[in-house]
Design a protein around this ligand. Structure first.
Ligand code: NAD
Length: 263
């Protein structure tokens, strides 16, 4: 069976460049027949997101900073005016001060804790409510998490705490919105070479470790994350909600390094 998204429309939030996980999802969804709108964080990103959107036939680009209610109001109003309703939303947004993605979690400042939680967790709750209003026939909400929520990953610190909250929010939202036939899921990729990924101290070593020790001995790809998103947002995922789906070549099942790397 080829999974199709023909006739489905949705918003992709979080493309910064062609390495962004949101972009991997967008191009897979477009290839499956979905019609896409893109939000971008600020004027500076438009020159990167614009040509990418155009390459998948999208002419709907809206600026949206998730810390700014007015910009989110305008973004969702644009979607309402253009389409009336949507079928899916992809939230691929996270942020923490780089200076706190190193060292000890016990040194996290109140200001960065609050900001990281607001951008990386609350924003999903916020856009879910806005998107649900545009989903009278049901739909799908997707977010991106990382297994540093469950287990310790060097330097991930406050972002691990934020991802744990995001995963919990995914389950609560799934329960809230399920009666409206809105499914809510999170994809948990292994380490990927993106702007956000590079902000974590030691990212290159983490990437190499994952490559050497995951059962499949390679890291996740944009296409594999994109394919999982297509499954979840299509009718093939019709009975899946509240899940955290790993796309990490199995890394999360390993308690210890692979046998050849045990030393
Ligand atoms: P990325 O840097 O390409 O994307 C992060 C996006 O967040 C950017 O587009 C940025 O503009 C957006 N963003 C940050 N603050 C924002 C704000 N205030 N308003 C609107 N947008 C804002 O990096 P990525 O790795 O593709 O990150 C996407 C998601 O995937 C994140 O949630 C990240 O935590 C998650 N993730 C990444 C990895 C990895 O190894 N890279 C692994 C698992 C999960």
């Amino acid at each position: 069976m080829t999974i199709q998204m023909n006739g489905k429309r949705g918003l992709i939030m979080g493309v910064a460049n062609d390495r962004s996980i949101a972009w991997g999802i967008a191009r897979s969804m477009a290839a499956a027949g979905a019609e896409l709108a893109f939000s971008y964080q600020g004027e500076g990103l438009l020159k990167r997101v614009g040509p990418l959107a155009e390459s998948v036939g999208s002419d709907t680009l809206v600026e949206a900073d998730v810390t700014d209610d007015a910009s989110l109001d305008a973004c969702f109003q644009t979607l309402k005016d253009k389409w009336g309703s949507i079928d899916f939303l992809v939230h691929a947004i996270a942020y923490s001060d780089k200076n706190e993605l190193t060292g000890r979690v016990s040194d996290t400042t109140r200001a960065n804790f609050t900001n990281s939680m607001a951008i990386s967790c609350y924003s999903f709750i916020d856009v879910s409510r806005r998107a649900a209003e545009l989903m009278p026939e049901g739909g799908t909400l997707l977010t991106l998490t990382y297994d540093g929520s469950q287990r310790i990953t060097p330097n991930y610190n406050v972002m691990g705490v934020a991802k744990a909250a995001l995963e919990s929010a995914t389950r609560y939202l799934a329960a809230d919105l399920g009666p409206q036939q809105i499914r809510v899921n999170a994809i948990s990729p292994g380490p990927m070479k993106t702007l956000a990924g590079a902000a974590i101290a030691g990212a290159r070593r983490t990437f190499k470790y994952a490559e050497a020790n995951s059962p499949l001995r390679h890291n996740a790809t944009l296409d594999a994350v994109g394919g999982t998103a297509v499954y979840l947002a299509s009718d093939a995922g019709a009975c899946t909600t509240g899940e955290i789906i790993h796309v990490d070549s199995g890394l999360h099942i390993m308690m210890m390094p692979a046998l050849e790397n045990l030393g």
